[in-house]
Design a protein around this ligand. Structure first.
Ligand code: AMP
Ligand code: MG
Length: 503
C-alpha cells in the first residue's frame, strides 16, 4: 500500500534552504493546484547526475544526504514550497484530447533558478485513471536519455536523480516504483496555452504568455522593424518558439533520435526535448521507423517528425490567436519554420560530413548518403563514426565504410564524391576535417538495448551498469575503450524490445 503522507515540513527551515518557490506556481489557482506527494516507501538511490548537481550549485554531500533522498523521492518538502501540479490540455495523436495536466508530475520548487519536478510521486487531481506512479524501467530510460541528449548538445529537460522503491506498481505485469527528478527552466508546454485558449480563458492565456515572455523570451518585447510581427510580442514569441522547435527537431534528425509521442502536451515552449517515454535512437537507418509500439498508424514515424513539429506549432499558433489578433502575423511567424528547419538540418548534416559551408553539392551528397543508408538499413551511428575516421586519410583503399554496405560499388562511388567535394572545398587538411566530424558524430548513443542492459541489472539492485553507461553517454564523442562493445551493432534481441506508452 502507498501511504499518502503529508509532507513533513516540521524541520524544513533547516532543510534544503536552497529550494525556492516555483515561479510558475505563483501564477495562482487557475494554473496549478497544491498536492501532497505520496511517499515512495523506503526509497533508495538508483542514479544521480553529479554534473547537473554541480550546475545547480549543490555541494558534493547531497548524494549522501537522507534529506535529499527524501526530497527527491517526494517524501520531504521544504517549508517555503508547496508542491503543485499544473493543468494543461493538448492534441494527442492528432486529436483534441481536452484536459490532461500533470497526472504524475509534481513541482517541488526551484533550485538555482531551475524548476524541479518529480515524475511518479503519486496521484494528482489530473491523474484521471492513472496511479500517479512511474516504473523503474521507464524512469531509468528518462534519466539516462535526458543526460545523454544534453551531452550531445541537444536542448532537453535534465534529470538530477532516479530513486527507486520495492513498492509494487502494476502495468502489464508487476513492476516497482521509481521517481525521476527532472529539471528545466520551465516545464510549460504548448498544451498549457491550448488549455486556456480552448476554455476561452483569455485573461489566463495572457497571464501565461506574459509570464513566458518575461521569463524566457524578453527580447520579444523589443521592437525591431525586421519582422512583420515587430510590434506584437505574442507573434514574436510564436516565431521564437518556432525557431527553437525547428532547431531541436533538426538536431534530433541528425543523431537519429525518434520521439515516440510528439503530442502537443509533450512539446516544450522552450524548445526542449520533453517527456521521454517510447523514444529511440535508430540502430539501422530506416526513415519510416516507428519507435512507439502504441503508435499503430505511424503518425510519429521518424521521417514525419519535422512535419509533426510544424503541425504542433500550428496548434500553438491557433491557441495564441486571441492574443496575436491578426492571423497574418501568426501565419508569418509559423512560416519561418519552412526556412529555419531545412537550414538547421542542412547545417547539422553538413557538419556531420565535415563541411563548414553547405551549398547545393553538399545537399546532394547528404541526400545520397541517406538514400544509400536507407536502402540497405545501414547502422546510422556507426556509418557516421566510421566515415569520420575514414576522412582522416580519404583513402579509397580503406574499406571500413564500404564494409557496411552490400552494394560496395555504390558505397565506393559515394565515397569518391565525398572525397572530391572535400578536395574542391580545399578548406582544411583531411585530418582536421576528420577531427571536426568526430566532434559531431557520436560514438555512443542510448540504443534501446543498452538501456535494457542497465534496466535488467537495476532490477536486481545492481546499478553499476547504469552508472557506467551514464559515464559513457556523458562523453559520447570520446572513445571509452573499456566500453567499445556499447558502440557496436545492436544485437539481434534488440529488435524484440517493445517500447510502448506503458510507463
Ligand atoms: P504521456 O503519454 O506520458 O505524455 O502522458 C499523457 C498524460 O497522461 C499526462 O497528463 C500524464 O500526466 C498522464 N499520465 C501518464 N501516466 C500516468 C500515470 N501512471 N498516472 C497518472 N497520470 C498519468
Ligand atoms: Mg506527457
Amino acid at each position: 500500500m502507498h501511504e499518502h503522507l503529508l509532507i513533513d515540513a516540521s524541520n524544513a527551515d533547516t532543510l534544503l534552504p536552497q529550494v525556492q518557490p516555483s515561479r510558475y506556481a505563483q501564477l495562482g489557482a487557475s494554473f496549478v493546484c497544491a498536492i501532497d506527494p505520496a511517499a515512495l516507501p523506503d526509497p533508495y538511490w538508483v542514479g544521480h547526475s553529479q554534473r547537473l548537481a554541480q550546475d545547480m550549485g549543490l555541494d558534493e554531500s547531497w548524494k549522501s544526504s537522507p534529506q535529499w533522498l527524501a526530497y527527491l523521492s517526494g517524501n520531504q518538502g521544504s517549508r517555503e514550497c508547496q508542491p503543485s501540479a499544473s493543468v494543461y490540455s493538448g492534441h494527442q495523436f492528432g486529436v483534441w484530447a481536452g484536459q490532461l495536466g500533470d497526472g504524475r508530475a509534481c513541482s517541488m520548487g526551484e533550485l538555482g533558478g531551475l524548476e524541479v519536478q518529480l515524475k511518479g510521486a503519486g496521484p494528482t487531481p489530473f491523474s484521471r485513471r492513472g496511479d500517479g506512479r512511474a516504473v523503474l524501467r521507464s524512469s531509468i530510460r528518462e534519466f539516462l536519455c535526458s543526460e545523454a541528449m544534453h551531452a550531445l548538445g541537444i536542448p532537453t529537460t535534465r534529470a538530477l536523480s532516479v530513486t527507486g522503491s520495492d513498492a509494487p506498481v502494476w502495468r502489464e505485469e508487476r513492476e516497482t516504483a521509481a521517481v525521476v527528478a527532472r529539471v528545466a527552466p520551465s516545464f510549460v508546454r504548448f498544451g498549457h496555452f491550448e488549455h486556456f485558449s480552448h476554455g476561452q480563458q483569455i485573461a489566463e492565456l495572457k497571464t501565461l504568455a506574459d509570464f513566458v515572455i518575461d521569463q524566457f523570451y524578453p527580447r520579444c518585447r523589443e521592437s525591431t522593424a525586421a519582422t512583420p510581427w515587430a510590434s506584437n510580442p505574442y507573434a514574436a514569441m510564436l516565431a521564437a518558439v518556432t525557431q527553437r522547435t525547428a532547431e531541436m527537431v533538426a538536431h534530433w534528425q541528425s543523431v537519429g533520435f525518434c520521439h515516440g509521442v510528439m503530442n502537443t502536451d509533450n512539446m516544450s515552449i522552450l524548445g526542449l526535448t520533453l517527456d521521454y517515454g517510447p523514444f529511440q535512437f535508430l540502430d539501422a537507418y530506416n526513415p519510416t521507423h516507428i519507435c512507439n509500439h502504441s503508435d499503430t498508424q505511424g503518425r510519429y514515424a521518424f521521417y514525419k517528425q519535422p512535419n509533426v513539429a510544424y503541425w504542433n506549432l500550428y496548434c500553438l499558433g491557433q491557441a495564441l490567436l486571441p492574443l496575436i489578433e491578426e492571423q497574418e502575423q501568426a501565419i508569418g511567424a509559423l512560416e519561418t519554420f519552412k526556412t529555419h528547419y531545412p537550414d538547421a538540418l542542412a547545417q547539422r548534416m553538413g557538419a556531420k560530413l565535415g563541411f563548414v559551408h553547405v551549398q547545393e553539392p553538399q545537399r546532394v551528397l547528404i541526400e545520397s548518403a541517406l538514400q544509400l543508408m536507407g536502402k540497405e538499413r545501414v547502422d546510422f551511428t556507426i556509418f557516421w563514426r566510421r566515415l569520420s575516421h575514414w576522412a582522416a586519410n580519404m583513402d579509397l583503399q580503406d574499406e571500413s565504410v564500404e564494409d557496411l554496405f552490400v552494394d560496395r560499388s555504390a558505397a565506393r562511388e559515394w565515397l569518391a564524391s565525398f572525397q572530391l567535394l572535400h578536395r574542391q572545398a580545399n578548406s582544411n587538411s583531411a585530418v582536421s576535417v576528420s577531427q571536426r566530424m568526430l566532434s559531431v558524430n557520436p560514438k555512443y548513443v542510448l540504443r534501446n538495448h543498452l538501456g535494457e542492459l542497465a534496466i535488467r541489472a537495476a532490477k536486481t539492485k545492481d546499478f553499476s551498469v547504469l552508472q557506467q553507461l551514464q559515464t559513457v553517454l556523458e562523453d559520447p564523442f570520446s572513445e571509452h575503450p573499456a566500453h567499445a562493445a556499447w558502440a557496436g551493432f545492436a544485437p539481434d534481441w534488440a529488435a524484440s524490445i517493445e517500447i510502448s506508452c506503458s510507463s
